[in-house]
Write a protein that binds this ligand. Structure first.
Ligand SMILES: CC(C)(COP(=O)(O)OP(=O)(O)OC[C@H]1O[C@@H](n2cnc3c(N)ncnc32)[C@H](O)[C@@H]1OP(=O)(O)O)[C@@H](O)C(=O)NCCC(=O)NCCS
Length: 179
């Protein structure tokens, strides 16, 4: 399973991505608003990605973001089904700090959103971010998502209660934006 964009190839994670993912996850910049996985967490993440690929119908995708012609994982986009009855999915992302500001994160996430609505028949896709994570919030806005909530103290990050934003886009909004 893979997805393409003009500059990127999004593919399934594999065990060989361990070092690239750990290096990205260990950078202080990526951990500013998110917990660090550490080596055990990265291993568990890759095991989860492999397990998810075996479930039919598929409910969870973990895409490695690679820059053409491909190879090393320089980011990730996750897409998981929250509720099957309402066809409600959740998207999330991370890009290696050395690649920030190049639009790769938005390009990858836009392709995954398209995949969710076009191929998975999603009714709604949501995303959460730390209320101070401006880059992630801006991405949500660029993707056409609407802010639905500012939730108070729903995250516990390194012992500190933090607020969180909920953004969403409906299939009808996606279709209207494409027209
Ligand atoms: C969120 C993340 C993927 C964005 O990566 P990126 O390389 O900046 O993404 P893009 O280049 O596609 O840019 C996204 C938009 O955010 C804007 N942006 C980036 N950093 C910003 C900041 N600190 N403040 C405000 N806007 C910012 C960019 O300018 C761009 O908007 P524009 O096209 O209108 O100029 C990256 O910051 C990241 O990996 N963060 C760590 C992991 C993380 O927090 N993930 C989110 C979990 S919810």
């Amino acid at each position: 399973m893979y997805l393409e964009t003009p500059r990127l190839i999004l593919r399934e994670f594999r065990d060989a991505d361990f070092n690239a993912l750990l290096e990205m996850d260990s950078r202080p910049e990526t951990a500013r608003y998110e917990p660090q996985k550490g080596a055990d967490g990265v291993r568990a993440y890759l095991e989860g990605a492999a397990r998810a690929a075996l479930v039919e119908p598929r409910r969870h995708y973990r895409f490695a973001v690679t820059i053409r012609p491909g190879g090393t994982a320089r980011g990730l986009v996750g897409l998981a089904m929250n509720f099957d009855m309402t066809r409600d999915w959740e998207i999330g992302w991370m890009v290696h700090p050395d690649e920030w500001g190049k639009g790769y994160a938005s390009e990858a996430a836009l392709r995954v959103l398209e995949f969710a609505f076009h191929d998975l028949n999603a009714h709604r896709v949501i995303a959460f971010c730390d209320a101070e994570n401006r880059a992630s919030e801006r991405m949500m806005q660029k993707l056409g998502m609407r802010r639905e909530a500012h939730m108070l103290q729903t995250r516990l990050l390194r012992g500190e209660w933090r607020d969180e934003l909920l953004y969403a886009i409906l299939e009808s909004e996606w279709v209207a934006a494409q027209a």
